[in-house]
Design a binder for this molecule. Sequence first.
Ligand SMILES: [Zn+2]
Length: 691
Amino acid sequence: MQFTTDFTQGFPGSIYYDHQIMDRRDIMKRFKRMAALLMAVSVVLSGCAGLEIPEEAAETEAVELPPARAQDDFFRYINEEALANAEFEYGAMAAGGSFDSKLVENEVKDIIREIAAGSGYEPGTEEYVIKKAYDLYSSYDFENSEVPKELDDLFREIDSISSMEEFFEMDARLQRDYGVGNILHLTVDTDYFSSGDKILVFGQYSAVFDADFETLDETYGPLNSLKETGSLILQQMGHDEKEADEIGTKVGYIAMDIYNATDMDQIGVAMPMEFFRQMTPADIKAILTNVDLDDYVKALGVNTAKVDRYGIYDPGQLEAVNAILTDENLDALKCWQMMSLAQKYRRFIAYGYEKLENYRNIDYKSDEELVLDEIYNTYYGLTDPIYVEKYYSEEMDEALITMCDDIREGYRDLIGSASWLSDATRKGLLEKLDNIVYVTGADLERNDPEDLKVLKGNDYFEFYLSVTRHDMADLMDDIGKPGDRKAVGMPMQMLNACYDPSLNNITITVAIMIDPFFSMDNDYYTNLGGLGAVIAHEMGHAFDSDCIVFNEKGVYDPSWIASSDMDALVARNETAKAYFENNFTVFGVYHVDGDQTLGENYADLGGMECVTSLAHTQADREKVFTSYARIWSEKRADSALMDQLEYDVHSPSIIRVNAILSSLDVFYETYDVKEGDGMYLAPEDRISRWH
Ligand SMILES: [Zn+2]
């Protein structure tokens, strides 16, 4: 998965596609989601400058406040009525949000249901494959089926491996044929030094299975669970408990060796490409002395003739990985492979292998819910074009492109008049602006029927395997391909938008083209404050503190901006960080992390400077501001909000509205904001992205 900067709460795409490498933030989110169910839920309506709710009020069910004035708390002024009626669904951490992904999910599931109920589809069509997957999944009895023979044989084959040579062969085969992440953490990813070419990249381990490197401490608790899982699998294969425990413990030691060599500064950063570098095959071979790299890469299904360079994040860690790849660790390495395989295919083995009962499904969902979840989550590449056909039109695309072009013009004026930039840098930024490509629903085509015809199977295991093999072959086939600037950056059925710095393109999904973001029935300025603000936000990412180091061609090159301009940018960054950290709090005490949120805050600020510059009358400006506040309508559980402050690169909704608008002079004019009002900041305390 490539790095993108997306619009809503959530995290930039992990650089890993490997399921076994868990992102700490995912674990924390899951944990906190559970913890939060036990906690009181409160309405988060405050946090803006000048209006602070006493802390104890945050503990109550709902905060009673007099109606807000636009001049004091614009977020609440626009959203309080809707939020007063918004109710938290059981287990939900947020309510009343405009980013209602459940809505889209239900639309997609309706499509799936309809297809499943139909018949007579042409082989090679998305509908044919969806129905096939639906039927096979529905008829697969996970709880009473034995472990599929192919899978059982594979476990036993791993168990019987007797040399490192066989181990490497198996390791590559597990990835190629079964989609299991390889031990070298070698994957296909973006070359940030070449406008998005796809190359082989050695990713960095930030965890080994559930043993997350950021939480490992002197008790090494996570390593114990790792040892237990390894031991149970070996016992299932017939090893006695003592031997299985010893080997499981060795897996823990291997994990420790990798952990000890890890560059911890890289873990959890928003901009992993800061650490990205290229290496020649010869350089990599000098590190990987225990592996025949060419053979290994060939076994992954890669045409080695296309491999003239590798990407790498953490060479020190790769050295440590190389050091463990020896005969004396062979038993532990085999155990590691079995653990990887077990994790990927847990649902197919959880009932047949009695030792692995902790892999069993504990969701109490109906059979229909389970199959819909499976198709929705695993086959979005198939439902996506159907979703576009149903919910997108040429008229919508025309309106969208017009709005994108208007916003680009707005930026051209803003950047063109940024007198604090040198002429050369201003010219470069304008060139980068001109090069931005829009990707919309119109760019998504149906899949190649010949491609879909290879997906087959007599039961769901076989079918799932054919899908996995097909995806892996596709992935490896990408190597050496130049970045596709019209490539869709995220599913069209995802309510979001994103900017990809290495492709310098913006993806605007079909799902986000709904009220309150966009409607063909809306006035232009109402759409401009909604979807327009989203587009302007994404376009603003091209120039934010993180992405500005990509040049006008999308190549990562911090030196393309003159150093004097870089100094000016850094000075402005510091001012912006202080602005968000010092002026705005949540619950009256908690500040956003100015550093962590800078890129997103800048995108918001620049975006609103841009779209408001396109509205010239009082009425049009009011429409823009109203829509902007409305798209951020949301209330969040306290714990989710705290989570966001700690881990999210996006500021809480209320700050995205009030902090941004408090810096826009045009907001003061539109609503006659005066000293003493909650939204008021002295002119010298306001910040600007471009002025
Ligand atoms: Zn963003």
